[in-house]
Design a protein around this ligand. Structure first.
Ligand code: F6P
Length: 322
């Protein structure tokens, strides 16, 4: 293997730049030529590929977003798109890929390898932390901290006005952000897609509490089965019309901003190990960190298996909010 290319695909996540930097610096270390592909698989199809050097990635570790830009390429889902992508890779004599992103990114890399034999390694980059094969994904720690900072601010106004706030955080299919941000933000109830009957429980709890608080904060994952935060707030107010409820949807601010040191270190470890693994003959695998150790998980398994929220934290939440 002489030439490796790196791309970011899917939703951006703080720490992706640190990962790109680490991939590039590891390639330089191992005397491998390294290329950057813009806008994920779309740039591969459109031949938007440029050579990178150690200095191309100087002064980026502290920035959110991705210098390579990102996209969810519909064209790459077609055989014609992948054919074009392969031709462009071959024209650059690129032998392997490091693909930073989530489930869709892994799926693209896996199909591409099956059709054209291009070896890829994946680095888990998504704020949602919903990928199997790693304890944490790049961007998750930053997103939680952003959400907690926002919840702290909302708490001030909730208390001043004696209001009940429902704060919606990201997590299209998962409640990892909601659980961690809710616990760290001292929420009185957390709604996650992985569990049921949360509304019933918070209504029951609200009615049972002897020490009636005038204000409360509930955190709702975007993918919650009982509905979005607005619907849940409305249903809560149907039970308690006397309460003054408000909803805040945090949205994409959770995807931006300076990565935390945890995200920078995680991203740096994953990027360098992805390069090393490619050179050692690994392919079609996602790199992850489990209990502080680097692990490799076949794409197929990483895509098919669902990482549940930490049950011990869910139990803890149920204990300390009662
Ligand atoms: O990156 C994952 C995620 O943040 C989800 O939680 C969310 O639903 C989705 O991205 C939204 O992404 P976009 O606005 O880019 O479609």
């Amino acid at each position: 293997m002489k030439r490796i290319a790196v791309l970011t695909s899917g939703g951006d996540a703080p720490g992706m730049n640190a990962c790109i930097r680490s991939v590039v610096r590891a390639c330089v270390h191992f005397n491998i030529e390294v290329f950057g592909i813009k806008r994920g698989y779309q740039g591969l199809i459109e031949n938007d590929i440029c050579q990178l050097s150690a200095s191309s990635v100087a002064n980026i570790i502290q920035y959110g977003g991705t210098i390579l830009k990102t996209a969810r390429s519909k064209d790459f889902m077609t055989p014609e798109g992948r054919k074009k992508a392969f031709e462009n890779l071959k024209a650059h004599n690129i032998d392997g890929l490091v693909c930073i992103g989530g489930n869709g990114t892994y799926t693209g890399a896996m199909i591409f390898e099956q059709e054209y034999g291009i070896p890829s390694m994946g680095c888990p980059g998504t704020i949602d932390n919903d990928l199997w094969g790693t304890d944490y994904t790049i961007g998750y720690d930053t997103a939680i901290n952003t959400a907690v900072e926002a919840i702290d601010k909302i708490r001030d106004t909730a208390e001043s006005h004696d209001r009940i706030f429902f704060v919606e955080v990201m997590g299209r299919h998962s409640g990892h952000i909601a659980l961690h941000a809710g616990l760290a933000g001292g929420a009185e109830g957390i709604f996650v897609p992985e569990r049921e009957h949360e509304l019933e429980e918070i209504v029951e709890l609200y009615e049972r509490k002897e020490r009636k608080k005038e204000f409360s904060i509930f955190v709702v994952a975007e993918g919650e089965q009982e509905g979005h935060a607005y619907e849940i707030a409305k249903r809560f107010q149907d039970h308690h019309p006397e309460t003054d409820c408000r909803v805040t949807v945090l949205g994409h601010i959770q995807r931006g901003g300076k990565p935390t040191s945890n995200d920078r270190i995680l991203a740096s470890r994953l990027g360098a190990h992805a390069v090393k693994a490619l050179l050692e003959g690994h392919r079609n695998e996602a790199v992850g960190v489990i209990s502080k150790d680097i692990v490799f998980t076949p794409f197929k398994e990483a895509i098919e298996r669902k990482k549940d929220i930490e049950d011990n934290l869910w139990t803890l939440n149920n204990i300390i909010t009662r």
